[in-house]
Design a binder for this molecule. Structure first.
Ligand SMILES: [Zn+2]
Length: 378
């Protein structure tokens, strides 16, 4: 596959376990006739809508500054009389936009909504400045007799594109989020990281092929490049046992928790450790299932798992976009990142909802879609 094509991105304690917990026997996976002919895939970030929104505007009244020596005083007075509440990203003064040098300055007197408070007609495109200004004559003399209605960006720009759109309306402050800029410009992952992502999704894909419900999921510790749990869907046997739910429960089992196996709801034909994967599509650099915790990575990984949450620091790879139930389980388990293959109409990580970036929730995580998208359309 062409690396160039694949990297293209189009415009979000308990004891540690160092072994992979499985919901499927290894031989089941190795026997699966999965066509792993890799088609080009396109990793796409699933960000909050606010990063893609067009610039919304708000009306303000603007006067010309006739006496530029008074500009600083005018800004001080207006900031006191009419603070631009909610518009702190908007610059109060700008050079007149008539294309000529030294064409003078314009100053925002107030938001149109503030004029409305004073029982004046906020829909007028032009208002006598003295009707708005509550100040002395010297200030009025420094301003044009009338002020006009202008539009300014209502919200601060979050991306360079939004900044450029906003600047078309009125000068604004812009503090670029460098990481978001890298995400949107496909500058987050190296080639080897993309290979690792592909390897993990390949395993999830194999698990999906084993499942009658055609969904596979793998939980990975990216710090050690270790598969922590691998699971597939059992919803045909149990309504709640979606691949993601099974994977999280397996992680819990690895940390001496879990629910389903304890209560007689076996989540796989065999939870015993089996031989290593015949088709070693997972990079298992440090951990093997036979290593003790103390041997792992030359240090005790239990010491690195300091968070009380199940999936802190872990990434999930799942062939299909998780539903709302699974997405909420990922929030509760504090997953670090989710990579999925194909979107679904009911999906809660980009399609119907974007639960991973809901501001009301106390945990957010990154989501990337499109990994082996074609193959994941099972
Ligand atoms: Zn689900």
């Amino acid at each position: 596959m062409s690396e160039k094509k694949r990297k293209h991105v189009s415009p979000d304690h308990k004891n540690y376990v160092n072994k992979t917990v499985r919901s499927t026997k290894d031989e089941d996976i190795s026997k699966t006739n999965v066509d792993l002919h890799i088609s080009p895939w396109y990793l796409t970030p699933v960000l909050a809508d606010k990063y893609y929104q067009h610039t919304e505007s708000e009306n303000v009244y603007v006067a010309e500054v006739l006496d530029q020596k008074m500009t600083a005083q005018l800004v001080k007075t207006l900031s006191s009389q009419y603070p631009l509440t909610g518009l702190s990203h908007v610059k109060r003064v700008r050079a007149r936009a008539n294309g000529k040098k030294n064409a003078g300055l314009e100053i925002i007197i107030c938001r149109a909504i503030d004029v409305n408070i004073n029982h004046l007609d906020s829909s007028s495109t032009s208002i006598q400045t003295e009707k708005i200004m509550k100040t002395d004559v010297s200030h009025l003399n420094a301003l044009s007799e009338f002020c006009k209605l202008f539009v300014v960006p209502k919200y601060p720009p979050l991306t360079r594109k939004q900044y450029e759109q906003s600047s078309q309306l009125w000068p604004v402050q812009f503090h670029e989020d460098k990481y978001i800029a890298r995400v949107m410009n496909n500058q987050v992952f190296t080639t080897s990281e993309l290979n690792f992502i592909e390897q993990n999704m390949s395993l999830a894909l194999k698990l999906a092929m084993v499942s009658k419900c055609h969904v596979g999921a793998v939980v990975v510790d990216p710090a050690t490049k270790t598969v922590v749990a691998r699971a597939h869907d059992f919803r045909n046997k149990h309504t709640l046992q979606h691949a993601v739910m099974v994977a999280i429960d397996l992680v819990a089992q690895g940390q001496n928790g879990g629910a389903w196996n304890r209560y007689g709801l076996q989540i796989g034909p065999n939870l015993q450790e089996a031989e290593s994967l015949n088709d070693s599509c997972i990079k298992r650099e440090n951990h093997t299932t036979s290593q003790s915790l103390d041997e792992c990575c030359g240090k005790d990984c239990r010491l690195t798992k300091t968070s009380p949450y199940l999936c802190t620091g872990y990434d999930l790879y799942v062939t299909r976009e998780p539903c709302t139930m699974c997405a909420m389980a990922l929030v509760h388990s504090r997953i670090r990142r989710v990579f999925y293959g194909v979107s679904t109409p009911w999906g809660a990580l980009g399609s119907r909802y974007k639960i991973h970036v809901w501001e009301g929730l106390n945990h957010h995580f990154e989501v990337w879609k499109g990994v082996l998208e074609k193959q994941c359309q099972l």
